[in-house]
Ligand binder design. Structure first.
Ligand code: MG
Ligand code: MG
Length: 256
């Protein structure tokens, strides 16, 4: 089902998005060498509760996972790229951390992810991966608007990622958002322009390019959730929830 939001719901989506953006930036500002991933989960839980919002992750139990996720944020480190299950790990200088967060506030969900390097070391390969996903996300947002087709977004993302020298995995990608976290339409991170569903005002979409340095193959941890590069290489992930407006697209998940 594809859900189009009315103006009242879009106003609520803006509030949810601002909260998600705020939490991610707050966590980013607080993370340092020595931070444990379980600290990040605890901070996130406290901020969600303080805002009167609900986690989309705690009870999330899709067919591919191993029971409910049970935590409030995804923390993916280095070769982990998606669905990183918070666990007892202390961040070291130069670790590449990807945070992914979705919450529901007043019945509307927003979903966003950021990647950054922890500490003083800024390895060139990690910075390049992060830049590629951020540029791919920006290219897709610039492409989005009424009349744009899903394939146009996929093509915009894939062109940037491939242009940066990466091979794109299309197993997991962007998606519709609304009263629930994952909805149609699916937005693959590569594809042909001019194909697929035509965007219209009121549609909320999570766009989420992610990339791995030297492979397109994922492996799953024994925890049943965390997805890593098959080669152990570094990875990155950037995501915003956007709303299609009458004349373009509005990013909902920036802190306000
Ligand atoms: Mg997400
Ligand atoms: Mg998402």
């Amino acid at each position: 089902m594809i859900e189009l939001l009315h103006p009242g719901q879009l106003a609520r989506a803006r509030a949810t998005g601002a909260l998600v953006g705020h939490i991610l930036q707050s966590v980013r500002g607080r993370v340092a060498v020595g931070t444990n991933l379980l600290d990040i989960d605890r901070w996130t839980k406290a901020m969600i509760e303080e805002a009167g919002a609900e986690s989309c992750y705690v009870d999330y139990a899709p067919s591919f996972g191993r029971g409910p996720f049970g935590h409030h944020i995804c923390t993916s480190v280095n070769d982990a790229v998606l669905h990183g299950l918070p666990h007892d790990y202390t961040l070291a200088d130069g670790d590449l951390l990807s945070l992914d967060l979705a919450v529901s506030l007043d019945g509307v969900v927003a979903d966003s992810a950021i990647s950054f390097v922890v500490g003083e070391a800024q390895p060139a390969e990690s910075v390049a991966l992060i830049d590629a996903t951020e540029h791919a996300l920006a290219a897709a947002i610039a492409t989005a608007g009424p009349g744009t087709r899903i394939g146009d977004l996929s093509h915009a993302i894939g062109t940037v990622l491939e242009g940066a020298g990466y091979t794109v995995n299309t197993q997991f990608g962007g998606h519709g958002v609304g009263s629930t976290m994952h909805q149609d339409p699916h937005v693959p991170n590569n594809g042909r322009p001019g194909r697929g569903y035509t965007l219209r005002p009121g549609l909320l979409l999570a766009l989420e390019p992610w990339v791995m340095a030297d492979t397109a193959e994922l492996v799953t941890d024994p925890d049943g959730w965390t997805l890593r590069s098959a080669t152990g290489c570094r990875t990155a992930h950037s995501e915003h929830t956007i709303a299609i407006t009458d004349d373009g697209a509005e990013v909902m998940t920036t802190p306000r």
